[in-house]
Structure formats: structure tokens, C-alpha cells
Design a protein around this ligand. Structure first.
Ligand SMILES: [Zn+2]
Length: 272
């Protein structure tokens, strides 16, 4: 009888362990596409990284799915030339409707990402894009006049047809970022599935700078599969983080920036 109880206990423990592991297993390679959020095709994606044999120079050769990384002509990030100061004064055409969301934070092996609950969106020229998640790169991926910022945040949006629009926000070292303080207190140190943090919320609208003017161009995901057709809006005003906040991110995920890509025939347009 005691033996049976032990056996039952063992089964129960095994079941609990299996259940607790299940979300990690379901967090498959598809989720590694951090700009996209979901590769969607079900099969395991090839491993990639930010240096060495599976670094950015080789992404296009790692998998047939990643061909755009080397053959694409509209890739991201890009350098925003110092003389691309064609920004006119005034509020941008993008209309943000972001709500507070419960903190759901993950580390996908490439970046730290905060998932957004449904109900927050922005509109671009009348088209509604839902905010899916935002995440970070260090150093910045876009450069301005050839110069990196210490970090860059990407706010990833999707319209009802699957089209993507990303807001890029440069992060400079300065005052501590209060809007991200709670999230940073829960910053995962290692790769981990999304954790819901009880009683903590975050509001993307508090993270954005006051000045909504941007540089706009048509680009791509900055991670494999480097899919094109992404509408990029890189805000001209940076936000700040303290040196300690930047270092905390660097210690967990940096460097995680793809080098800038050729502009080719594209136009870089300032907001009006
Ligand atoms: Zn990104």
C-alpha cells in the first residue's frame, strides 16, 4: 500500500513536472522570430545568432527560409543619414491608442520582449495596426549619421491582413526610465518563456517620447527570416535610460543588433 502510494506520488510529480515544462517546450524556435512574434509555419527554424558562423553575415545561408536576409533589397535596419533632416514640424500622422497592459515578459534567446494584451493599436493613414509586443536591442540597430545609440526599442504592430508596422525608438543614456522601471525589476536574466507578473502593468504610451515625428521607410524584420514589407517609423526623439538600466539589459541580451543594410532604391521620408 505504501509502495503504491509512492508510485502514485511519483506519477503525480512526473505529471506536474511535465506540465510545468510544457510551456517551455511549446515556446519553440518559431517564437525566436522576435520582430514577427510567430513564424507560423510550424517547422523548426534554423538556429541563428549575432556572431560567428551563424551570425548576421551568414543568416541568408542558414536556411532556405532566410533567403531574404541575403537577397532582399529592402532590408532593415538602415543608417539614417545625418542630412536626412527633412522632418517638418508638427505632430506625426500616427495616432496611438495604447492601453495599460499586465506585465508579460520573456527572453527568447535573442532579446527581452514584453507582450501586449489585445486592445492597443495605432493607426497609420487610416489603417489600424494592433500592438503585439515591444522588445529591445543593444546597441541600437538603426544608426543616425553612422552613430549607434546604446539601445533601441521596437514596438511591433500588425494589421488585420498580417502586415507589420514597427515603431523604432532610440534610447540614450541619461535619466532612469520610470515607465520601464517595473519591467526592468523583472527583466529575465536567461532565456525563458513568458512570465505574467502579478499586479504589475506597463503602458507603452508612457514609454514613447513626447515628439511623435519620425523617419519612415519600407524595410524588413531585423532578425531571420528578414521578411520584407515592414513599415518602419523611427522616431527622431530618443528616450533615456540610466546607465544601470542599460547595463542590466546588456548583461542579459547584448549585443543583439543586426548591422545596417544598404538603402538601395528606397526613399527615407520624414513625417509631416
Ligand atoms: Zn527588433
Amino acid at each position: 500500500m505504501i509502495k503504491l502510494d509512492h508510485f502514485a506520488l511519483l506519477i503525480a510529480v512526473a505529471a506536474i513536472v511535465a506540465l510545468s515544462l510544457w510551456p517551455l517546450k511549446s515556446h519553440g524556435e518559431g517564437d525566436h522570430e522576435e520582430d514577427h512574434g510567430d513564424a507560423g509555419d510550424g517547422h523548426a527554424a534554423a538556429h541563428w545568432s549575432y556572431d560567428g558562423a551563424d551570425g548576421p553575415e551568414h543568416w541568408g545561408d542558414l536556411s532556405p527560409d532566410y533567403t531574404a536576409c541575403k537577397a532582399g533589397r529592402m532590408q532593415s535596419p538602415i543608417d539614417i543619414a545625418a542630412d536626412a533632416t527633412g522632418l517638418s514640424v508638427g505632430i506625426s500622422g500616427n495616432d496611438y491608442a495604447y492601453q495599460e497592459t499586465p506585465l508579460s515578459i520573456l527572453h527568447n534567446g535573442h532579446t527581452v520582449q514584453l507582450n501586449y494584451a489585445p486592445g492597443s493599436s495605432m493607426s497609420v493613414e487610416g489603417e489600424k495596426y494592433d500592438l503585439l509586443q515591444f522588445h529591445f536591442h543593444a546597441p541600437s540597430e538603426h544608426t543616425v549619421g553612422g552613430k549607434h545609440y546604446p539601445m533601441e526599442a521596437h514596438f511591433v504592430h500588425q494589421d488585420s491582413h498580417g502586415g507589420l508596422a514597427v515603431i523604432g525608438v532610440m534610447i540614450e543614456e541619461g535619466a532612469a526610465n520610470a515607465a520601464l522601471a517595473d519591467a526592468w525589476a523583472h527583466l529575465p536574466a536567461h532565456e525563458t518563456a513568458a512570465q505574467m507578473v502579478a499586479d504589475v502593468s506597463v503602458n507603452a504610451s508612457a514609454v514613447l517620447p513626447a515628439d511623435g515625428r519620425y523617419y519612415h521607410y519600407k524595410g524588413s524584420l531585423t532578425t531571420p527570416p528578414c521578411s520584407e514589407g515592414v513599415r518602419w517609423f523611427v522616431l527622431s526623439e530618443p528616450i533615456s535610460m540610466s546607465a544601470a538600466q542599460i547595463k542590466k539589459f546588456e548583461d542579459t541580451a547584448a549585443p543583439n543588433a543586426r548591422p545596417v543594410q544598404p538603402l538601395n532604391a528606397r526613399l527615407l521620408i520624414g513625417s509631416n
